[in-house]
Design a protein around this ligand. Sequence first.
Ligand SMILES: Cc1cc2nc3c(=O)[nH]c(=O)nc-3n(C[C@H](O)[C@H](O)[C@H](O)COP(=O)(O)O)c2cc1C
Length: 244
Amino acid sequence: MEENMADGDHAPSAGLLRLYAAWAEGGAGLIVTGNVMVDARAMTGPGGVVLEDDRHLDRFRAWAAAGRAGGAQMWMQINHPGRQMPAALGQQTLAPSAVAIDIGSLSKRFPRPREMTAADIAAVATMPLMVTGGIRRREVAEKVVGSGIAMAGIATALAIAPDLPRHWRLGRPDVPTLRPIAWQNKQLASSAHMAAVRYQMVRLGRRRPAAPGVPPAWALLVSQADARCRARRYRRWMEKRAAA
Ligand SMILES: Cc1cc2nc3c(=O)[nH]c(=O)nc-3n(C[C@H](O)[C@H](O)[C@H](O)COP(=O)(O)O)c2cc1C
């Protein structure tokens, strides 16, 4: 999951390493990182990790070591967000076509992208499939893998209970659940869900227990304040890079 917990240089921060240490200790078999951006001008969020060259290789090595400490494999998810680039970050958005994101009243948060040229678009590779979305029970994860899908991806549940795989192996029937969000506005409800999950990851990164009962409105406020602060920091960082 994209954690938005990079340090001031958009490298893996100490808190991010502690979050992955919690997941490593929790017994996961494969830890897929949140988005790691391959181009600092194209970000999915303001606190994203950027890997463009070997400048912060030692931090990336430490991050990999933290995630692998419990025997899990750790795969880095590299990403170019295309049109999913928040307007608040103040960069030009490039995407396969010049079609803006349509998410109702929140659409203005994402500018209309410029269409990439054919030369910009990399070939699509065939690869093993992973199913994600709502997997919180061991039986469901087993059913997914049993159906021939290569991997069952678990995001929200692991942000609440980093030791879920170990507990499942010990036969404990944990079903980690966030406080339900029954808001009419689906876009807002989805943002609040993301915020509530991020809230858990930040707590784990501070070595604090998850707080799945966090009121969604509070998580959303905290997340928006954090995003504003990180967006300002990101813009300053980009200005500094352009001036260097
Ligand atoms: C806060 C948050 C950040 C996410 N970041 C990513 C990401 O970086 N890359 C990705 O492929 N999916 C990302 N997702 C989607 C999850 O991987 C997953 O598909 C989704 O949350 C549904 O699975 P779940 O019900 O287990 O949470 C993110 C989800 C959340 C809640």
